[in-house]
Design a protein around this ligand. Sequence first.
Ligand SMILES: Nc1ncnc2c1ncn2[C@@H]1O[C@H](COP(=O)(O)OP(=O)(O)O)[C@@H](O)[C@H]1O
Ligand SMILES: [Mg+2]
Length: 250
Amino acid sequence: MIKISVANQKGGVGKTTIAFHLANIWTEEGKKVLCIDMDPQGNLSSSLWPKEIPGDSLISSIFEQKEPKIIEKNGIYLVASDISLSVYEKDLSLKNYFRLKSWLDPIEDFDIAIIDCPPSLGLFTINSLMASEWVIAPVDVSVYALRALTDLKNSLKELSEIEKPPSLLGIVLSSFTAHYRASKVIKEHLEEEYKGHLFSTVIPASTKIREALMLGAPVWRVKGGTANIEESFRSLAKEIMERIKTKRRK
Ligand SMILES: Nc1ncnc2c1ncn2[C@@H]1O[C@H](COP(=O)(O)OP(=O)(O)O)[C@@H](O)[C@H]1O
Ligand SMILES: [Mg+2]
């Protein structure tokens, strides 16, 4: 199973949006995709599961020595999250950092697991990183997102002293508006500073995204959705798989 965390401690950079669209694309392609929502805000869960979430399918179960029940809608599998997860945030006993890994490691009947991280580098993100093989870090066009990226890289380095951390598969520039000067400056900085990490696909800013997530449908199923953004998500999905293949060969 390919296990990918979508992480960046800054909020609003597109983590959930990207996780949601990748899950849709790979499911459409016939892969069996498991989404794990590690954010107590539960945004990915509400997009994938608009109804009330059954109590026994919450990821918080792993902190209660229970197995969460995997639910499925439109072919996408989910272990959901809601605000009740936040109770465990401050319980920093060592065993709590490996809860997700311990639960996920023996699970074999999925092709891909996508883990949506919260906007912090706390217990839930560390659990996600420990359970993953790869990390994708979305950044938007802001200095804060860049700083958060440095923090994420440092965390990965620190974690390598305890356990084998996942590899930073790539950085993806999101909500990109080409005609802003700041966009150009940040893109150039990333190209220089994170050579080889930045995905060549850029996710453009699109007003349809908010509607898509609210409706629980990928942007190409929203009326009036533009081909441009659809193409970007598909191209990112392809680039991710190609990069994993190349890196595994090394
Ligand atoms: N490419 C995009 N274009 C326009 N708005 C976007 C884009 N990606 C995300 N958004 C919006 O930005 C907000 C934050 O995105 P989200 O994916 O939830 O970020 P995160 O999970 O990193 O906090 C949401 O309201 C979402 O609708
Ligand atoms: Mg999110």
